[in-house]
Structure formats: C-alpha cells, structure tokens
Design a protein around this ligand. Structure first.
Ligand code: HEM
Length: 153
C-alpha cells in the first residue's frame, strides 16, 4: 500500500472514531442514560468517558500528524494547500483545544467528585462536558463534510 494511501486510511479512521463516538454518546447514550437515577447516570457516564477519552488523546496526536504528513505529500507547500484543507486544519485544532479544555477543566474535576461520591457536583461537571461535546460534534460533522466534499468546490 503506498504511504499516502495508508496515511489517508489512518486519518479517516481516527476521524470516524472521534466523530462517530461523539455522535453515539450524544444521540443514543444520552437519552437512554436520562432514564436512570442521577447516581447511576453519573456513574455510567464516568465509566464511559474514562474509556472514551484516552482514545481521544491518541486521536488528538494521530489526526494532526497524519493530516500534516498528507498535506505535505499532496501539496508542494502550505501556500498551495486547498481552502478546504485550511478549514479542516483549523477546525481540527479547535476540536483538539476544546477536548483538552474539557478533559483538564471538567473531566478531571468530575472524576475527583465521583471518587468522593459528591454526585450532584459531579453532575454539574458532566453537564459542562455535554455542552463541550455538543460543540465538538457539530464541528466534527462540519469538518468531515468539508474534508470529503472540498475537492468539488
Ligand atoms: C488537525 C489538522 C488536520 C490536517 C492538517 C488535515 C489534513 C488533511 C489532508 C491533507 C487530507 C487529504 C485531502 C485530500 O485528499 O485532498 C485530509 C483528509 C481528510 N480529513 Fe483531515 N486534517 C486534519 C484534521 C482532520 C479532522 C479533525 C477531521 C475530522 C474530524 C478530518 C477529516 C478528514 C477526512 C474525513 C478526510 C478524507 C477526505 C476525503 O478524501 O474524502 N481531518 N486531511
């Protein structure tokens, strides 16, 4: 397999895992979890996010690395880069920044409170995480559409 094809495969795969994971969480798991009592709901989300977020840290490294490797393989220099790749690049960095803020400012605080069984306080941080994920989900969907259709406009 040529290196560019492999890079594109890795890049698209991590994008699908990230955006698809957020879509599943927001559209399917959230309404299902709302049927639970607060304590069970907070525990379910904590157990889910503590498995999802380490993957996103990996993706936050692999997506830009594979993206820039592709960029320099497909375009001679940054000035020649297509507009849709610029949009993807900046949406990507915004998503990574929002994820890092979510993890450091909200998820870690939530984790402390879950461990101390301060469930209502943990729920407040969970709500902030939900808002951040909804923003990143919208950005991620926009980024995938831009990336896949950009060559036609
Ligand atoms: C962070 C910096 C990023 C850079 C530098 C970057 C760069 C690139 C480049 C150069 C391509 C190949 C474009 C082409 O084939 O014409 C590409 C493809 C793609 N990127 Fe990114 N990307 C980044 C982040 C992201 C993110 C965050 C997502 C989605 C959440 C994403 C989704 C995609 C998809 C779906 C494609 C495949 C498009 C297609 O060939 O149909 N990228 N990216």
């Amino acid at each position: 397999m040529p290196p560019t094809v492999l890079l594109l495969a890795i890049h698209v795969l991590v994008a699908v895992i990230w955006v698809g994971g957020m879509f599943f969480a927001y559209i399917f798991l959230r309404p299902a979890a709302l049927t639970l009592e607060t304590e069970q709901r907070v525990d379910l989300w904590f157990e889910t996010l503590s498995r999802f977020f380490p993957w996103i840290w990996g993706i936050a490294v692999i997506a830009p690395l594979s993206g820039y490797a592709l960029l320099f393989a497909l375009f001679d220099n940054l000035e020649q880069t297509a507009r849709y790749v610029w949009i993807m690049q900046w949406c990507g960095w915004t998503m990574i920044t929002l994820f890092a803020i979510t993890f450091v400012a909200f998820y870690r605080e939530m984790a402390h409170r879950v461990k101390k069984r301060l469930i209502p306080e943990a729920g407040l941080y969970l709500n902030r995480i939900r808002i951040m994920i909804s923003i990143n989900l919208a950005l991620g969907i926009g980024t995938v559409i831009t990336a896949a259709t950009g060559r036609f406009w």
